[in-house]
Design a protein around this ligand. Sequence first.
Ligand code: TRP
Length: 351
Amino acid sequence: MEIVVSGIRPTGNLHLGNYFGAVKGFLQMQHEYDCKFFIADWHSLTTHPRPLDIQASTRTILSEYLACGIDPEVATIYVQSDVPETAELYLYLNMNAGIGELMRTTSFKDKARQQLHIDRTHPTEGDVEREIFNEGNKHSVSAGLLTYPTLMAADIIIHKAVKVPVGKDQEQNMEMARRFARRFNATYGVDLFPEPASFYYSHKAVKVPGLDGSGKMGKSEGNAIYLVDDEKTIRKKVMKAVTDSGPTEPNSVKPEPIANLFSMMEIVSTKETYDYFNEKYNSCEIRYGDMKKQLAEDINAFCAPIRERILEIQADRTLLDRVAREGAAKARESAAKTLQEVRQIIGFKAY
Ligand code: TRP
């Protein structure tokens, strides 16, 4: 079976957009590939979380993925920091990674501007380089941020993965991963690492719109419905969604906020419900209040069983610890095998 690796950044709760955009793909993939999903807690250090928050957010993500249906008996799910082999490979890869190529990646530049407190909206030629070397700047950029792509490459090739499900924003990191894999092979004249390909299952994924009238659902936009949201919260959020005064001509084109409500309905409601409100819209008889009430109910019907499982799993430390421990053991077995070969190839003792 082809090996699939994907890292999940432990940033807050999963929302409906994450579910239909990514998690649902994982649920299907776990049966078609040898999947290794991990929680990228080392990567999260680039934003300096507090010690207690690290474990709490790891547990949150783990509970939510399990509640959604990631099956630890089928896929390997583990915590990145539980597999030290990755860090060793990261060290080796860094020895052949160029500071220049790492500095040129756009996500580095963007995050560096943020950390150096320089204007991100109007970047200028050489601004990052200038400020990094400016001793007067009291802000600095960590080497960890610079080598984020090296760590990501290590995550992937430590398992010799060939497919990596990621969002479009990860394309440059993926290009670096392929480059580092190729470079290792070329440097030592071996054929150890296959080149990992990005895997966009998003053509099958549904884009979930936000509730504030435009764009897609995202944490930062404050327009998200989280899988753990309770019924009351869901209702409140949906009822607050932007609408307008309604169509005046039959069969009008739907403005974005309205089209978004319908898209949401298409995802969570039955076809009959969708058709009913669509007809009401087309005949200018729609009452958005009724539509939103129905939508809130259907969203809740979808979220309720997941929410219950999340709460159950999150309270079960024994289960969470066991899943993490067993996941780590499986991941380390695969990682250690690769690392043995790597050590031998580079010239170290393999043990
Ligand atoms: N960089 C990815 C993101 O921001 C997370 C990630 C870390 C990852 N390591 C990975 C994704 C390895 C895929 C494979 O979403």
